[in-house]
Design a protein around this ligand. Sequence first.
Ligand code: C2E
Ligand code: CA
Ligand code: CA
Length: 587
Amino acid sequence: IYHYFFGNNYIYMTTSSAAVFLLVIIVVRLFGKDSAFLRTAALAAIVITIYSTCYFLGIRGTTWLFPLVIGLFFNYSKKCALIMSTILVFIGLMLATHTVETELVVRMLFPLGLTISFAYLYRATIEKEQYLLEKEANEDYLTGIRNRRSFQGWLQRAISYLEKDNYLLAVFYLDIDDFKMINDTYGHDVGDLVLREISKRLVGSMRQTDLVGRADKHQFARIAGDEFVIAASHIEHQQSVDIIAQRLLASINAPLNIDGVELKLSTSIGVTISDGHNVSAEELLREADAAMYRSKEQGKNRVTYFDEEIARQIKQKQLIAKGIEEALRKEEFFLNFMPIFKLDPQQQKVLAGAEVLIRCQSDSLMGLGPDQYIPVAEECGAIKDIDLYVIRRSFQLLSSVQEMLPKDFILAINISSKELYNDEFPQQLDSLATEYNIKRSMVELEITETSLVACDDKIIAMLQTIKNKGFNLSLDDFGTGYTAFSQLQHYPVDTLKIDRSFVWNIDDANQNQETMVDVILSLAKLYEVKIVAEGVETQSQLDYLARSNCDYFQGFFLAKPMPWETFKSDYLKSNLAGSDLGFLHSY
Ligand code: C2E
Ligand code: CA
Ligand code: CA
């Protein structure tokens, strides 16, 4: 176009300069970064070209440069480019009309207009793209409010402003109560609609609070499935925080009608208040989250403020997490074995298997039991290492005595429900069994029933994968979860382990508890699964269970958890001796 309008005189200059610019641009792209050196080089190239063009062609030589410079400015900002082009066109026209014929002015204006239009379009597309990208990166796709990342960024900035102002900042952490039930009962589409409605309600309820001022003084985010956070940065009085919290709670409590389904929602809220000194966004979120947890523990649908007690608990958890890491590193975990018995036709107890229980006696875990550190390990992720350690170690011990074991011996190993979301787990388990040459049908993995509350297809598939590899599965602490009995048929489990609380209640005059044991026992018969009663502590409990045709028994009354050496010498050696007498203990 330039060539056509300006004639041959310009062609060499135009093409060679264009080549120089192209080269610079290519180099910038190749190096992948916008270095100060390259920018200076580009600027130098422009200056040199302007200078040399003017030298050879006089003032006319500069005319084609206008669009080029304008284009460059467009790369930075539209506004800047428009101002620059106006100035350049003005200067260009002045120069042209004074020095050259008017025909050239017309010739110059056409390419100029063309360049500006193209550059403007180009710039607009880039901006639109960037805007969309940014929106996608900062926005929750479902609700349109912020996501965790962008919320954290905003919160961090709000904290830094606080240091100057005299306001308070409050972070509200909401977790919808039993949201999983909605997904499971009505499907994910309804679940998504509910989440959108919740987000709308939260935004609405902040709008009606006059306590936090302008809209940019508070922000919303959905930071995980059914978890929302709200931060208000312009709080003047502590009382305002409570009013806001109550309004949030009420907004969720209001009845909800989705597709003709009437739902009643509630939420557990955790709140933390800060004056902005010495805190990070991450810390505030952690505090509010911990307070929310407390709300859940205390019965849901309530507001809990972060306080010293919760802070102490967080600290304790961090200590435990550190202790677990240390104990794993120093190999301080070891295993205890707790015998599991059955009754022979003469009602004599016979060893049927053992449950592996983890122990740690070093200082790292301050004498805590697995009840206390396993949940922390699940939270901090160390559970994978613990589970693998327990499996490897028990396989290792068992492999040395396989021939001493009674036939149908069951090795019960507790695994965390977290493994049901760990795609690598079945393979890891399988290769450990191969490595130690362990008969897979001997191994039974215990999973707590509460982890299966939701009849989740993915979990069922996972259980099936483990089962297909030849391992047995058992539902631990059965009766404490909410498994609808009809759901049982979906779970590929071999054994139910009646929770010890039901066994303990057998002795009580309270007849209802006996009924619970009976219900579970008859259920087991119906679904053809085996039953282990754990926590047997008295003769009368054992009698009752035996009369009710329970299959297996475990408890302090029969045998306590013991180190491997004791288990081997007291329960396995005698078996090897060829007589059953060694582990026949009449009761
Ligand atoms: P659990 O799976 O229900 O394990 C049974 C717990 O009940 C054991 O406590 C055992 O010592 C105790 N128990 C059994 N019979 C009786 C009884 O007659 N009376 C009384 N008072 N207690 C009895 P422990 O070893 O403290 O384990 C607690 C929990 O920690 C276990 O509950 C299990 O959920 C978890 N756990 C233990 N070992 C492991 C492990 O190796 N891996 C994983 N992931 N979790 C483990
Ligand atoms: Ca267990
Ligand atoms: Ca149990």
